[in-house]
Design a binder for this molecule. Sequence first.
Ligand SMILES: [Zn+2]
Length: 397
Amino acid sequence: MSVCLQIEATRGPARAGRLITPHGEVETPVFMPVGTLGSVKGISQDVLEELGVEILLSNTYHLFLRPGVETVRKMGGLHQFMSWDRAILTDSGGFQVFSLNELRKVSEEGVAFRSHLDGSARFLSPEKAMEVQIGLGADIIMAFDECTEYPADAARARASMELTLRWAERCKRYFEEHKAEVPWKSSRQPSAVSRQGKQVLRSAGQPRAAVPTGKNQALFGIVQGGMDPELRRESALRTIEIGFPGYAIGGLSVGEPRELTRDVVLSTLEHLPSDRPRYLMGVGTPEEIAFYAQSGVDMMDCVLPTRAARHGLLFTSEGKISIKQARYAKDESALDPACDCHVCRRYSRAYLRHLYAANELLAQVLNTVHNLHFYLVTMRTVRAGIRAGLAPASGAS
Ligand SMILES: [Zn+2]
């Protein structure tokens, strides 16, 4: 048993339910905040817990380069290292290798690239990406795929899809042979988690109390195929044939028009099994995540709420606000009067504008808290809508 989806209500193609992971349950459809380097920029883990975050995403590529998988493994895995008891998903590193490295060299074996930090030569293959992700110890890990560039001609899109399928088989083989090496299964170290009390329990030589024995990481497959619906269909069917406990739609948000993203997602969803989690990678605005959740996607992630927050762009019930604008300099109203996050309850637009203009660190913190809250509430509302209009799901688990 690794990860499974319990569907509790459906409305049209949308589903609401629970993703059961080794580190707790996650209400779906879910938005996963991005903690690139084992940290959601500007936000401490206790604030993430207060916001109700049940799963976050971290990037294999960045952790592989810094601090390196051996450090994280020795610290008992990413949960223990970053003091996060709830679920984590790591991506495979594929997307970052393709987006951050112009000098990458792709071969059948894997991808050679140079670190964006110091220029050192690095290599990621399906096996290496599995080894690193097992060492990091996220609950859900992703197959190493080639993210097809946009635009790509038909021959290139097919060749890339075929490579991703061969890599998916290698990922699964390596994962099945090595999944017992996940650090939270063998950890006997005192935990950094909640040092006030739990440490006593763990330093007595107990494994993590939160992780029942017999639980494994889950490896998800990724559907590629560029922007061609027929290739997407083939990629979905052949990835399902290899067999994974969950499926992701990858290779989107690579510069294509938004309508094309939507068409590719909707056509791909039709081919994914209804009893497995469906994860749409790297999408999107609040409107888009609501739309995709209502279309049958269970999991999404995006850097948009956190990255936009650091640039003073805030999502509100009245639309997007650029808090740097002078018009807010004497605005006593709450950032979003309809929002009940602790930023909107306490501070004025004028104060937030001042913090941003003065380049205060607190500006980034408060802006990020609000944007994450807004995204999480967006998904909460979608879930409530699915449950309210619901017919009980039949036999899905
Ligand atoms: Zn707010």
